[in-house]
Design a protein around this ligand. Sequence first.
Ligand code: DGT
Ligand code: CA
Ligand code: CA
Ligand code: ZN
Length: 598
Amino acid sequence: MTTPISNDDIVTLFNSMAAMLEIKGDSVFKIRAYQRAASTIEQLSWNLAAAAAAGDDLRKIPGIGKAISEKVQEYVATGRVAAYDRLAEEVPRSVLELLQVPGMGPKTVKAATEELGITSVAELEMAALDGRLAQLPRMGKRSAENILRHIQARRMRSDRTPLGIASATGAAVCAQLFDACPGLVSLTPAGSLRRWEETIGDIDLIAVSENPAETGPALAGLPSVREVLVQGDSKTSVVVEPGIQIDLRAGEPGAMGAMLQYFTGSQQHNIRLRDYANRRGLSLNEYGITVIESGATERFADEESFYARLGLPWIPPELRRGAGELDAARDGSLPTLVAESDLRGDLHLHSDWSDGKFPLEEMVAAVAGMGYEYMALTDHSQGLGVANGLTPDRLARQVEALKGLQDRYAMTILCGSEVDIRADGAMDFPDDVLATLDWVIASVHNAMGQDRATMTRRIIRAMENPYVTVIGHASARLLGRRDPVDFDIEALLQTARATGTAMEINAAPERLDLKDTHAARARELGVPLVINTDSHHTHGLANRRFGAAVARRAWCGPEHILNAYPADAFLSWLRSPKSQRPARFDAMVARRVAASQR
Ligand code: DGT
Ligand code: CA
Ligand code: CA
Ligand code: ZN
């Protein structure tokens, strides 16, 4: 016996279908039909499903035609509606969730996805913060602000902020504070923001000022401040408009080293460092290092001299997690971490041929402007309807267009695609189409609720495809918005290694996917990592710094990152048959490590 289907279930189903059709821009008549049916059914005093099961002719009910009646019958008979399932695959859940933000109707959602590439509430918030949302037709500044307020009010219920939002907010507050404080010399982020944690509890800032007394009151007086929590001599805490707490402390230039070190944390790192110091007769606090025997406190202008006093090299904040970094520092085996500036290409980019916002020419020009040696244009495949995915015909035309652009650039332009991994693990393009491409990203964009075994098999099947170069944003999570899919990461990474498939670190700040711990395991297994921005706009290219941070938190050096290699090495990897790529990558790593030790 299954639970009976209530009228409310059917109303919700049809309302969602209407909303999804509207977001897709489908026929008004079809949309109205679902809406009309929903409002009719809402008012029925008897159970529609029971009547359908009893064989009643539903078309006698005003507002219910043949198509609707058949869907109710299908729902009652099978518990599913195929048309709904198809729509749900085309319109991601995260897009549908945009409708729950007051002020976001289907038309606005459609405009936001199409014009701004927004597919989640986190992205909507970004667009509201940086002014793009206000520029949508019929939107304006006031409505955009209201939408921002609603999103932020909702976040007050969950307490941590995704890194991308916190980082943008921190930068905005710093800029405002510099304007408000003429004596301000420097403002340095500390805490989890400086360690590039994927979510941020509060933003810690350390100020150095010629007039320290003015900084606290200046922060409290900023227009974006919603609430002042603490206003004291040593610390000011406020909540700023995105609903994020800011802790500001004033530092003295001559003692900044200890201050910054103390408030950068993490707590685990500091606890271990304190033990380490105690065993050497030293004690640590935010003002300096005290020699326990004499009671004398030494001050440090920067972190280098602070760590040096303990006999240690400076430890990059991304590594300060209390997870082996102190041992490595003591042994002199801290890794040389990859830097944003080590990247020589971006290999996941969209144009307005699919859901990107810029024409091919402008996107390529912007990538060249980054000083890159190579790039891959990777618009979506046909299956992703909501993203205007390319059919094989359009893809072939795009390849021609890209080849036409190549003459103008020294940078190598690879013709690629971000191809859907279908629910069964088949690729969304046949092999003969994939064979025409230089660079194939395989990504999961639908059927995200599959159980662990099914999802793992699905992605493994994609890796086994000889044309698949790299798995894109493997977990498909959206920070604070959508949970990661369930998979066996060890099995995936082992297969990536065995098949010669690279793994992406997607640098879009709402994704950060692979996440740091998974990227670290990939590094250990010798799986090549690729830091991609997945840019849908030219300004997205700057997000590479978030991807570099994930790689750094994973203890990756430039040798572990495929797109940190010069074009010749990278292209020779790419041109070798997939089965030979693991050995080739090992040789590349070995050569690079040897060169850096020389
Ligand atoms: P969050 O804000 O939750 O994302 O994480 P954090 O690491 O930014 O933590 P927060 O803001 O509470 O403090 C910043 C750093 O300051 C923290 O990582 C370590 C240091 N810290 C703050 N309060 C204490 C404390 O009571 N004891 C110790 N050992 N360290 C502290
Ligand atoms: Ca913090
Ligand atoms: Ca704090
Ligand atoms: Zn993409």
